[in-house]
Design a protein around this ligand. Sequence first.
Ligand code: NAD
Length: 485
Amino acid sequence: MKYERVRNFINGSFKDVASQRTLPVISPTDGSLLAEMPCSTAADVADAVQAAKAAFPKWSKTPIKERVQVFFRYKYLLEQYLQELAELISEENGKTMSEAIAEVEKCIELTEFATSLPQLISGEVLEVSAGVECRTAHVPLGVVASIVPFNFPAMVPNWTIPNAIALGNCMIIKPSEKVPLSLGVLARLLKEAGLPDGVLNIVNGDSEVVNAICDHPDIEAVSFVGSTKVAKIVYQRATQTLKRCLALGGAKNHLVVLPDAKPGMTAQNVAASMSGCAGQRCMAASAMIGVGEVDHIIDLVCEEVKKIIPGQNLGAVISKESKERIEKYITEAEAQGAKILVDGRGAKVSGKENGTYVGPTVIDHVTADMAVAKEEIFGPVISIMRTNTVDEALVIENANPYGNAASVFTQNGGMARYIAERASAGMIGVNVGVPVPREPFSFGGWNESKFGVGDITGRSSIEFWTKLKKSTTKWNPEEGVNWMS
Ligand code: NAD
């Protein structure tokens, strides 16, 4: 085994986990066993909460301008260890090195945003009547939790760690059991950056840890990122114990392509969006709706997709089960009459025969009732549907239960606006295949792609990680002056 047994990070130190129940951490790139990951129990969650609770009074009273100094140092450490971290991300998740480097660069951008929080959270003061002032302050919640998925082992943790902690909270974070290694490096760097013990705690495990987090009475808020199925479970369970919860779920993102779209640029965007991170992005294009005559663009999409080679510029999917599931979707669509224009089934990478690769796949003549049109595939597959009108395309887009992202490709501004206004998604792209809003804009979908109020990153995260204190003050000595005067 390449790495030692995964340990929790509690109160500033890496700790062995007593549980003998373990799961293997397998590299999708070659199927090798990287590490053994112990499944922590509710008792381990309780230890982490105790450490976070003990750290909270001092950390929350530390002025925010001082708290963010940790994140200035952390940002420099991320830059310094970019290569090491990217190699680990690529190894445990299966994405390519250039994707892993981009992931660390995104962690840096997220951290930069956190360092701007002192400027953003200054409250408001107003003299509401003669000599009487009202003011607001953003107050940290206490111990909070973050539960993250496998597809971005470093970026998604950095959606929550810098903002929640810079805002004065202490955190328990649970990585995906499939990719627990990168988060250990992040904890090491945060400690080196001067984060006090107990402010960040990692508890490794599976659903038992998630349930214990949702149930723990001393955790004030839970953020979750993962599949819609689990997002619903977590949202219901966490709010059952009256916690604040924001649970981001899965996605089925549609690209609407109009005949006047710039062919080359559109094809490159479609190909990059459906295949980046092997399609395992909640912002990946999963369905393309061609409106009218777009065969010339579909031909170019296929040309672009054929340049994407497993093991070279296309990473592996996370597991054998994932590969089987994705290939089953393609086979089912074919059996139902769809046409496979580029077939990624059975992909093999020489020298990495045990890697779990699926080649990029283009499925044409998909109908709206097929599973590949409706369900999240989470692989490098694009399902092409065709309509005669933009309104028919919008009916398909609006009917899907998710609502993370939708994009339109056209040179007609009025049409772009018409579609952007009517697509039922939280993040819209116009001639952009992966419309992730960059900081300071916030990230979050609609419908079954998100449960709870607000977004997880950017300015919107301030509302989630803090509560408002409203104070009314009168110092003037006159009698008869009150807050209504
Ligand atoms: P997942 O839902 O299987 O797992 C996410 C987390 O939940 C993990 O930490 C896992 O241990 C835990 N978990 C799994 N099953 C559980 C259960 N039954 N009860 C309690 N906890 C459980 O998701 P994944 O496979 O790791 O990630 C892929 C999914 O995440 C995709 O659906 C993708 O769209 C979604 N995702 C969404 C966003 C977004 O911003 N909306 C971002 C990234 C990924």
